[in-house]
Write a protein that binds this ligand. Sequence first.
Ligand code: FES
Ligand code: FES
Length: 446
Amino acid sequence: MAASISFTLNGDKTIYSGNPSARLLDVLRGELGLTGTKCGCKEGECGACAVLIDGKLINSCLVALGSLEGSDVVTIEGYSKTERFAALDKAYASVSAVQCGFCIPAMLLASENLLAANPHPDDDEIRTGISGNLCRCTGYNSIVKAIGIASRDNKCWNEPDHTEKCSVAQHGTTKCSIVSKTLKETLLQLDRSDIRPYAGGTDLMVSKNCEKDNYLFLGNIPEMRQISVDEEFIRFGAACTFSETAAHPLTPAILKEACLQIAAPAIRNAGTLGGNIANGSAKADSALVFMATGSKLRIVSAGSERILPVKEFYLGAGKTALSPGELIAQILMPRYGIDNYYYKKVGARNALAISRTSFAAVLDIQDKIIKNCAVAFGAVTDVIIRFEDIDKMLIGKTIQEAKEIKDAYIAAYNEAIIPRRGRVGAQYRKDICMNLLQDFLSSNGV
Ligand code: FES
Ligand code: FES
């Protein structure tokens, strides 16, 4: 299916006519001759392909063209015409922060993404800002130094007038037919069996035949990008990105912490809450938090709507309770009883997207009595696991009483958790689970 997609590229109105499922990276390099955007892994791991989309750093290997309708895209070719680029260029050169240069176009855009949000980062914040950009030459120290110099010596990033002058951003105005603007319109289109919902694309675009799929792009549906609150729940639109969710004032601390540990900025700026749940992965970090907090899903189709607890959503490896034509529209997270939480993710490196094991728990204590205890484990078996019957052992107890049955509680988990081997061994996973469970209990005085 061909489509016309209208967006702004390096300040120029651009219309792309072609396959809306095509990768932005391939189109930039192969069709538009913008080879400053580099190709490393095509899996979102190396960051060499990163560009700015609506001012946010995003890996272009994980972006389908159709999702760009109305967006503003800046590659290194456009950015190199700005005063901000000149400031970074000078700073990088001053400390020899470039060797082969392969990573540098995206590294400069990652520097821009960081400094635009935080004009005076410390070294740790700089390392986090470039954590998704691999460099095989410099050892990073000189790059960190260069970004520090640019932030200190130049006013580009902290004077509003100057910031405006440096910006190349404009916004496109036209819309294309494969991009729905309302939820109702989307659900009618979804009734077609050969179309797949596309929110952030960070999972879909890694799959082998991603460019052959027909996507329905959800990013422009306002209802799916909003975060609101009612008496009982905080309601997250399923197409909210991890970055948007982490930055929102209504987001509870447990979810904020999980979102900020999902990969690097270039993934967090694109990946969505709904996508993280709908892919049915046991490694989905935000889904783990929704499981532990007893959250629910608002699932809609053209003719119906239902509310389903997250714990009933996972049916097996990659299998979910979502029927054809259905879409997760919102995630409903309880407002109360989730402030006392414990969250840990174990992975190979912070910016690597995939958890090796993850753990989320809430312990609600009122008037010295445990009102609720909910523990969830991710990346241990084929599905995110929760054992409500075991957690019930602690509910209604005082901390002292919980201490007295702690060994039995841990033994019950030891028997119930049967990890499978994945990227790491089963015993390793089991050991992590039991250690984190112990730490969760100890940190609450149990
Ligand atoms: Fe490596 Fe895109 S090519 S993240
Ligand atoms: Fe060579 Fe970074 S300078 S990969």
